[in-house]
Design a binder for this molecule. Structure first.
Ligand SMILES: [Zn+2]
Length: 447
């Protein structure tokens, strides 16, 4: 098998960022040669950064059933263009939702031959599907997600503590984590009648909803010892509780999203429903506290929670936040969005790739093949110019609908190329060849 070599003065390695040449043989990294030693016929990227492909383990692809919102073809094109080489699909908002083994089979069939990056699946926990969890695990889901509040669609009802007490030991014994949407509906005092104002929407989902849900999840984790993962943390007031739970040794992990780290309530115009997501984007002070928790390690990693829908639902009724669908589209933009803000706050490339590649790969059980540039792992590489600034415009975006709060923003860090298991899948355009992505990533070692 022939070897291809890629050199850069800035390769993001587990030990830090340094000059190196990455030797790729077939689909795997064969060797990493450190320092300035010349490797014959190396492709030289100069000062452009070579990093491990990102692992975005929170993406709503919505196929089958709501492919008009997003699908495997468009989502994985956007992923490739954004430097994401592995994504994990959420059990909603496809139809059927992935809460049965039969539905997982439909997911596998719907994604076959369409994936331009590697894809894995989360299953779902809903009231009454306890008997399906073992079959979902056997079918290859990487973990299962539950909601503690209405999910937005009736096909995926939320669970109670009693439901979770049943499901969590099953997941624990299967070696899978419970992923939880942590909000409890405690009611809220809404002062304004104007459904177009962002302040009204923010007040309708207060931080207490998240804080109470996380308190309950910590208790359930302590009780069952099932690994619990808090998806899309928005409320920084939960950080002390999470810090204490981790210090206690409970198996709890936490993710947050680019929109909570990069955007703030004060700057969201009334009627701008493309900023709507749940839990909501909070104020600047909260954002600063989330950054502190990320830098401290209480928040483990960053994923996009790419969750698009058709524009008519997103931009509903001229800016009515209550009527609009919640969810932010950013799969392709996570890297530059987070990097722009990270650099402003003094964080470096090593942290960036830890948060967006190594740590999510570890959480999803993919770290024996993804998330690091090291011999033996998949040759998933992203070539990035971290100093290049770019205005985000609709024609750059590959996801199905060009609706995103980042449109018109200047972001730092441009992805120039993406390699998936040794083959270029993006180099300014998505490669037109047949999609090569695996559409069922398993936990543990490569098959
Ligand atoms: Zn989500």
């Amino acid at each position: 098998m022939s070897v291809t070599a890629y050199r850069s003065s800035r390769v993001v390695l587990p030990g830090g960022v340094q000059e190196a040449t990455v030797l790729v043989e077939g689909e795997r990294i064969a060797e990493v040669v450190l320092g300035p030693r010349r490797v014959a016929a190396a492709i030289d990227f100069g000062d452009r950064v070579i990093g491990p492909g990102l692992v975005d383990c929170h993406v709503h692809v919505n196929e089958p059933g709501r492919t008009e919102w997003e699908g495997f073809d468009t989502a994985t094109r956007a992923a490739a263009a954004g430097g994401v080489t592995a994504l994990v699909d959420m059990p909603l908002n496809s139809l059927p939702v992935t809460t049965t083994a039969a539905a997982l089979e439909q997911k596998k069939a719907a994604s076959a031959g369409k994936c331009r990056v590697d894809v894995g699946f989360w299953g779902g926990v809903v009231p009454g599907n306890g008997a399906e969890l073992g079959a979902l695990a056997a079918g290859g889901v990487l973990g299962c997600k539950a909601f503690l509040v209405h999910s937005g669609i009736d096909e995926f009802p939320n669970t109670t503590a009693a439901d979770l007490r049943e499901a969590m030991p099953v997941l624990r014994d299967a070696g899978l984590p419970l992923l939880a949407h942590a909000e409890l509906d405690l009611g809220a005092e809404v002062t304004s009648d104007d459904r177009r104002t962002y302040g009204r929407y923010l007040a309708s989902r207060p931080a207490a909803w998240e804080d109470e849900a996380i308190k309950l999840l910590v208790e359930l984790c302590r009780e069952t010892r099932c690994p619990v993962h808090i998806v899309h943390l928005s409320s920084a007031s939960s950080v002390p509780l999470l810090r204490a739970a981790k210090a206690e040794g409970l198996p709890i992990t936490v993710e947050t999203c680019p929109h909570y780290l990069c955007l703030q309530a004060e700057s969201i115009p009334d009627g701008a429903t493309f900023y709507k997501c749940a839990p909501p984007i909070r104020d600047a002070k909260n954002r600063d506290a989330l950054w502190a928790a990320l830098l401290e390690g209480v928040i483990d990693f960053v994923i996009t929670d790419h969750s698009p829908c058709s524009p008519s639902l997103k931009l509903a009724d001229s800016g009515d936040f209550e009527a609009a669908w919640g969810g932010i589209a950013s799969l392709q933009l996570g890297l530059p969005a987070v990097w722009t803000e990270a650099r402003r706050r003094g964080a470096g490339l090593a942290e960036l790739f830890h948060w967006m590649s190594a740590a999510p790969a570890e959480f999803a059980g993919l770290s024996t093949r993804k998330g690091r540039i090291a011999a033996g792992l998949d040759a998933d590489l992203v070539v990035l110019d971290p100093e290049e600034e770019r205005l985000v415009s609709p024609e750059q975006l590959f996801f199905r609908h060009k609706v995103s709060p980042y449109l018109g923003q200047k972001l730092l860090g441009r992805v120039h190329a993406t390699l998936l298991r040794g083959t270029c899948v993006y180099d300014g355009q998505v490669h037109p060849g047949a999609p090569r992505g695996i559409h069922l990533l398993h936990r543990g070692a490569p098959e």
